[in-house]
Ligand binder design. Structure first.
Ligand SMILES: *Cc1c(COP(=O)(O)O)cnc(C)c1O
Length: 404
């Protein structure tokens, strides 16, 4: 028993130990390395100019386990970030590259894949911003993923980009369905799974070719670092090393201190994400059951979250067996109410972003002008869910009282 569980440790164990093989010092807590440059070997016979280096052998195998003596310059690799990539590669089950932000990662992915047509749906507005820059340079065609009549445009080497669950609503989409659609046309499926980090969703199980995350959100988890992640489907080594080589010239690597923060953060990934997911689902259940009973607190119009997609449960339960994303959206009866609710809450900061240990709420118009003015996006943290529920209840009451 003991040996089999040692061979296949769980996610929680891997987030603490997957970097052990590259820990060659006696420190238990990971050290902080800030050097931008690293000494070459002292043996002149072993000097190898960069132009002659094959990254796949110099920096070690895909999986992100960079040899400790392989570092040259921190635009290529650096110790804290390589350690973070080693952990991420284990947790996502695929070799991972990190970038300075989620959008830098998406930009690197488009640059590498170089599609003529990109199918993309609603979703995080920033990814649409990146795509417009890519379109400016390449004249690529952008089609609506959720309009089936456009799929005929897709061909060999094109990109189908699916965000699931969707920002800002938390609605989930069927990864396998879009993977089959893309592959039938010779296109690749890229999945932005920021809203459902492990252990909530593994898009590779359902046909994804590339998975991206804004590591700023759940991987960072403490609202203190920017990070982007691209995981490349196992077996696509050419793509992994291609993106590795292009990142050297794009220059969009993480800062070393962020790499260190990321390792610190991943240790508690499973604890945080499971708690956040449970909290969110309980809050959503409470509000939606209230609405069903005709109790709208005088101010709430509707809400959306994957846990409410009853008609989709066939595939959704299989796709997200451990729980749903910790973000949901709440529509208030008027724009004014949506603007005011954050000021009535004690345990939700009114701020953008998501995924941190602290609960956030955002009148979403503040950062995304494509959404309705009545929409509030809620990112549920690790607090006690009963306290969050009471906070909402008091906030709703205060708003309703003001309305009278
Ligand atoms: C935040 C976010 C991004 C962008 O990530 P940054 O780290 O802010 O660049 C991309 N996709 C989704 C779904 C996000 O929520």
């Amino acid at each position: 028993m003991a040996s089999s569980s040692r061979n296949t440790p769980s996610l929680a164990t891997r987030s603490v130990h997957a970097d052990d093989p590259i820990n060659h010092i006696t420190d238990v807590a990971p050290p902080i390395h800030v050097s931008s440059t690293f000494r070459y070997t002292e043996d002149p016979s072993k000097l190898q100019p960069e132009s002659e280096i094959d990254p796949a052998t110099h920096f070690a195998a895909p999986g992100g386990a960079i040899k400790p003596d392989a570092h040259i310059y921190s635009r290529l690799t650096a110790p804290n970030t390589s350690r973070l990539e080693t952990l991420l590669s284990s947790l996502l089950g695929a070799p991972c590259l990190t970038y300075g932000s989620g959008l830098a990662a998406f930009h690197a992915l488009l640059t590498w894949l170089n599609p003529k047509v990109v199918a993309i749906g609603a979703g995080y507005h920033g990814c649409h911003g990146v795509l417009k820059i890519y379109q400016k340079l390449t004249k690529c065609k952008i089609v609506d993923l959720f309009d089936e009549s456009t799929w005929g445009e897709l061909g060999e080497g094109d990109v189908v980009h699916l965000e699931t669950p969707l920002n800002p609503t938390g609605k989930a989409f069927n990864v396998q369905y879009f993977a089959d659609m893309a592959h039938k046309r010779g296109a690749v499926l890229t999945v932005d799974a920021t809203f459902a980090p492990p252990p909530l969703l593994d898009p590779f199980k359902f046909g994804a070719d590339f998975v991206m995350h804004s590591g700023t959100k759940y991987f960072g988890g403490h609202s203190d670092m920017l990070c982007g992640v691209i995981a490349v489907k196992p077996g696509k080594e050419k793509d992994y090393w291609g993106m590795f080589n292009e990142r050297v010239f794009l220059g969009s690597v993480m800062g070393s201190l962020e790499g260190w923060l990321g390792v610190r953060s991943l240790r508690t990934l499973e604890l945080r994400v499971m708690r956040q997911s449970e909290n969110a689902t309980k809050l959503v259940q409470w509000i939606s059951e209230s609405l069903e009973k005709g109790e709208d607190f005088g101010v709430v119009q509707k809400l959306e979250h994957a846990s409410l997609q009853k008609e989709d449960m066939g595939w959704l339960k299989e796709q997200m067996p451990n729980g749903y994303g910790p973000v949901f959206s709440l529509w208030m009866k008027t724009e004014e109410l949506a603007k005011c609710l954050p000021s009535k809450l004690n345990f939700f900061h009114h701020a953008t972003s998501l995924g941190g240990v602290e609960s956030l709420i955002e009148w979403r118009r503040m950062s995304d002008d494509t959404v309705e003015g009545t929409l509030l996006r809620v990112s549920v943290g690790i607090e006690s869910w009963e306290d969050l529920k009471t906070d909402f209840l008091e906030g709703f009451k205060a708003l309703a009282a003001e309305k009278k």
